[in-house]
Design a protein around this ligand. Structure first.
Ligand SMILES: [Zn+2]
Ligand SMILES: [Zn+2]
Length: 135
C-alpha cells in the first residue's frame, strides 16, 4: 500500500475538454495548517482559527456546486472517504463514495469530469455531458 507522507492532500479536478477548474478540494490533517494559509489575509486566518477544532480533519471545497470558504471540520470517517476519492485513478465511483458535491463534475458513463459549461446539452435545457449522457 502506498504511503502518503504529505501534511495535506489536494484534489484538483479540471474539465477534460477545456481544462476549466471543476472543483478544488484540500484535506488538512488534524493539527496542521492548510496549504493556502500563507496566502490568507488576517481576517480569513482569524475565521479559520475560530472555527477549527485542531483535533479534527479539515476540508476546504471550492466548486460550482459547493464552496465552504476557509473550510470546515470533518470527522475522521469522512476524511477517510475523502482520502479514497483523492487517490488515483480518480474514478466516478470513488468520487461518488466520498459524496463530493455534484460528483465533482464526473459523468458516470464517461468516467471523466466536465465543467458546468460542458455539462449543458445542445438545447441548453437538459443537463447532459458532451456525449449526451445524463448524470
Ligand atoms: Zn469544459
Ligand atoms: Zn458522459
Amino acid at each position: 500500500m502506498r504511503q502518503l507522507p504529505a501534511l495535506w492532500i489536494a484534489l484538483h479536478i479540471t474539465c477534460v475538454i477545456c481544462g476549466a477548474q471543476v472543483a478544488h478540494l484540500e484535506l488538512v490533517a488534524p493539527g496542521r495548517l492548510p496549504a493556502r494559509w500563507a496566502r490568507w489575509n488576517a481576517a480569513v486566518r482569524r475565521l479559520y482559527t475560530q472555527c477549527r477544532d485542531p483535533a479534527q480533519w479539515w476540508l476546504i471545497v471550492e466548486s460550482e456546486h459547493y464552496t465552504n470558504g476557509s473550510g470546515e471540520n470533518i470527522t475522521a470517517e469522512h476524511a477517510a472517504q475523502m482520502r479514497d476519492a483523492f487517490a488515483y485513478p480518480r474514478r466516478h465511483t470513488r468520487v461518488r463514495n466520498a459524496a463530493l458535491p455534484g460528483d465533482a463534475g464526473f459523468c458516470p458513463h464517461c468516467d471523466v469530469p466536465y465543467c458546468p459549461r460542458h455539462w449543458t446539452g445542445p438545447s441548453g435545457q437538459e443537463r447532459t455531458c458532451p456525449l449526451g449522457h445524463t448524470p
